[in-house]
Each structure stands twice: as C-alpha cells, then as structure tokens.
Ligand binder design. Sequence first.
Ligand SMILES: Nc1ncnc2c1ncn2[C@@H]1O[C@H](COP(=O)(O)OP(=O)(O)O)[C@@H](O)[C@H]1O
Ligand SMILES: [Mg+2]
Length: 262
Amino acid sequence: MLEIKNINVIFNKDTVNEKKALCDLSLTLNDGDFATVIGSNGAGKSTMLNAVAGNIEVESGRIYNNGKDITYMKEHKRARFIGRLYQDPLKGTAPHMTIEENMGLAYSRGKKIRFGFGVRKSDREYFKSVCAKLGIGLEHRLKNEVGGLSGGQRQALTLLMATMETPELLLLDEHTAALDPKTSKKIMEITNRIVTENHITTLMITHNIRDALDFGNKTIVMNSGKILTVLEGDMRKNMTIADVMKLYSGTDAVLSDKMILG
Ligand SMILES: Nc1ncnc2c1ncn2[C@@H]1O[C@H](COP(=O)(O)OP(=O)(O)O)[C@@H](O)[C@H]1O
Ligand SMILES: [Mg+2]
C-alpha cells in the first residue's frame, strides 16, 4: 500500500522562479491498485512520481510504503522495491551490453552479489522464457547488444527488467509516448498483462485519456499540483473522454490534442 500524505514540492524556493509543483497532495493506493494518471502539461504528474521514487525531496508531508515511512529514504534504497520506466527508451538499459547481460543485472538486484562475470546457463533459460512471453522475438536475440534494438523492443525489455523481481511499486511515466501507435499499443498490452498478473501496485502517467480510462482500476486526474478527482468503480467505467474534459472546465488547464485524440 502506498500512502502519500499532504506532500508539498516547491522548485527554486525563495527565488523569482519559485514554483509550487505539488500542493498538499494526498493519495492512497491499495495493494494491486493499477492507477492511471492524467493532467495537462505541468500539472505535477512527473513530480508526484519523482517524489515517490525519491528523485526529488518534498518540502513537507509524508510518503509511506506498506506502512513504512520512506519520505527521506535515499533514491537508490527505494530502487530496491520500486520499478521505474520513463518516456525515453534509452533510459534503463545499458546499450553496449547484451540483452541477457542487462537482464542478469536486473535479476541480481537485491540479491547477494555474485562474483565473476557471464550469465549462468540456468538464468539464461529463465531469461529466454520470460522474453518469449512478450511475444516480440527477444528470446532469439539474448546475445545481441541492447543498442541495436528498436525503441519498442527496448521499452519492453526495460519493463521486463523492472518487474522480473516483482517490485512493490511500479512507476511508469508516459513510457509509451515516444513510440509509434502500433508499438505503443503492444507495450500497453504487455504492461497490462505484467501488472495485472503480478498484482503490482502501479502508477502510470499517460497523455492519452482513452488509455487512462481503459487500463487499470483507478484514474487520477491532476491539475496545478493537485488531484482534481480520482475516478473509480462504475463511475469510471461509464466515463467518456468528453466527461473527463468536463472535469477541467473552470480550470486553467489546456488539454492537448494528443490527450483527447490519443
Ligand atoms: N526540476 C525542476 N525545476 C524547476 N521547475 C520544475 C522542475 N521540474 C518540474 N518543474 C515545474 O513543476 C511543474 C510540474 O512539472 P511536472 O511534474 O514535470 O509536470 P507534468 O509531468 O504533469 O507535465 C511545472 O510547472 C514544471 O515546469
Ligand atoms: Mg511529466
């Protein structure tokens, strides 16, 4: 369970560029919740994920993971139980290492350090089987360098690596936004399968309102550093894109065509 309690994030404090990016924001996710996050540019979506990941420090408020206060825990410590994916497929994998070497690194995370290099045969069989489940042929390319993969293949691999050891939290920041529509759809399907099969508590930012309503069990609607509303249950099921747009009437939010048209 993730509990965010009244967090405030201020950038460039006490300067002319001071920016309150998160204002007294609170949110609770239950175990296995798959929450999508939407909001116009600058709403504070990435900042919220960064605060949870420990990438930025909060001004005040608390963050608890499974009851444990992680507000001031260092980012590298949180990385042991938090999986992350960004928009950029180049992040999260080492280009000059092979697929299996990258997976080996992810697999050994949180385990006792193993001396010596190379991938064990038993591990290789396991990597092959998890890659095969993606259905995009990565299992035949385990000895290929990751730098030669397409953006979609690389994002799929990063997702696999982030979830190979099931994380307590998964944070996805527009992880399909840089991909072409067909590849983006495939990565969303894979994401959905991995998250639901493993009941991973997940926050997924998306620029696409349709995806935000179709995937997961909750939608967090953000604006100006605050949560406008959390959609769930029957109300969410029956929501249309137009209904979501109405939530923004009376706010200063500018919804992009991308959000509305997908
Ligand atoms: N490192 C930073 N320094 C200064 N301002 C920032 C920084 N990161 C984000 N901001 C500002 O905080 C606000 C929220 O940004 P962000 O969380 O990235 O929005 P979103 O992901 O919803 O588009 C924006 O006004 C942005 O310009
Ligand atoms: Mg962002």
